[in-house]
Design a protein around this ligand. Structure first.
Ligand code: ZN
Length: 407
């Protein structure tokens, strides 16, 4: 019987027909002999991650693929991003993610402070600030990013983003989105914090030095994605599988950390097209010695499609395919699951609700007749059409971990 799982989630892999590719999708047009070989030995199908007609976000899609119903396990992107920074949420906390931006005379002149690369000294200067009994925990993320936790009594995540998402507009006052005193209090305290943090960072020697070097100061935290702590069972508690996460992007490391997986830092895993796919696949195989569920995330298929770059997406898929033979080193009791969190349509430059292909490859699997891994071939697969929340029960079944219904 199968005992181990490697689950590869290829972000935004699905797409729509591209006229320049002879009305094939980038995945159909790409030369993928290795993926097709895997599909020929697999049971394939299609997946509407969040159900038909719902366009998945990456965070929500991943949670449902791992069997976590977003109705009870998700309250915004903030908690997932801060988990990815190693920050621990407690009951009552509100988590936000943010960009370090540049504000001059109350106007946001740059949302990423000229793509500032290190924000550690600035975050340290405002970390631990206390306002009206609420403590602000601030940690740096990669480049211009930071995570913020508000800790105190009577807080709520029912507030708007402080980040207006566009530059050259005045800083935005945070307002509550419901009538509760908790939301009102949270918005008020957060506004005071953002103003004080602005003063502290504006005068910080690190920014004075940046200005002297002709760089933009990182002097304002543009926070967004407020979410409140939720008690979520760890992946291991839920499935009895020791899980690890191999990803380059902060959000995906955050998903792994949120579910209690061990999160690896992979040198060369950049979440960009230059990412070292081979290093990720090698680590996936190596980590099987210690983990029986290995989550591998590959991001750039999504970002290339968000740029409308179908040629780049096709070529990146070919790069992934060339690395697939490394996975031949997996143990022979491995179930290899290959899928995507959602489609990202080059013609829309955005996520779409089109279903994604999925395959289950392993020795206990009932292999179907599908011999290519793409959006059209997999429609004929034995799995049929599933939703994200169906995926883990399929895995549990193949691993002999489901309980009998009835007698
Ligand atoms: Zn995604």
């Amino acid at each position: 019987m199968l005992k181990k799982v490697i689950c590869l989630i290829n972000d935004g892999l699905g797409d729509r027909p591209i006229p320049e590719l002879g009305y094939k999708t980038p995945l159909e047009a790409a030369a993928t002999p290795n993926l097709d070989k895997l599909a020929a030995g697999a049971e394939c199908g299609m997946m509407h991650t969040l159900g038909r007609g719902r366009t998945p976000g990456s965070d929500t899609a991943h949670l449902e693929i791992f069997g976590y119903d977003i109705k009870t396990c998700y309250s915004g992107r903030g908690p997932i991003e801060v988990a990815g920074l190693g920050m621990k949420l407690e009951h009552g906390d509100v988590a936000l993610r943010g960009n370090m931006g540049t504000v001059v005379d109350g106007i946001i002149t740059d949302r990423r402070a000229g793509r500032i690369r290190v924000v550690t000294p600035l975050c340290e200067a405002i970390d631990g600030m206390e306002i009206d009994g609420v403590t602000f925990v601030v940690k740096p993320g990669t480049a211009h990013r930071a995570g913020v936790i508000m800790r105190g009594k009577g807080l709520s995540d029912a507030i708007i983003d402080a980040d207006p998402h566009v530059p050259d507009v005045p800083i935005r006052e945070v307002t509550p989105t419901d009538d509760t005193p908790e939301a009102k209090k949270t918005a008020g305290v957060l506004n005071k914090f953002l103003a004080r943090a602005h003063e502290v960072m504006n005068d910080h020697p690190y920014n004075k030095e940046r200005i002297a070097n002709g760089e933009l100061p990182g002097n304002y935290l543009l926070v967004r994605g407020a979410g409140q702590y939720k008690k979520v069972d760890s992946f291991e508690e839920r499935y009895g599988l020791r899980a690890c996460c191999i990803a380059g992007g902060g959000l995906y490391k955050g998903v792994g950390a949120y579910l209690g997986m061990t999160v690896f830092d992979v040198p060369g895993a950049t979440a960009l097209p230059d990412t070292d796919v081979e290093a990720k696949f090698r680590l996936a195989v190596e980590s099987q010695a210690e983990y029986n569920f290995v989550f591998v995330h590959v991001k750039a298929t999504d970002s290339l499609a968000e740029d409308g770059n179908w040629q780049g997406k096709k070529e990146f898929i070919e790069k992934i395919d060339r690395a697939v033979p490394i996975l031949d080193g997996r143990t022979d009791d491995t179930l290899l699951v290959w899928t995507a969190d959602h489609s990202t349509a080059c013609e829309m430059k955005a996520h779409s609700a089109d279903p994604v292909p999925v395959m289950f490859n392993g020795r206990s699997v009932r292999v179907d007749k599908v011999a290519a891994f793409n959006e059209r071939a997999c429609t004929a697969g034995g799995l049929g059409y599933i939703v994200g929340l169906d995926l883990m029960p399929q895995v549990q079944n193949l691993l002999g971990k489901l309980h009998l219904v009835g007698a």
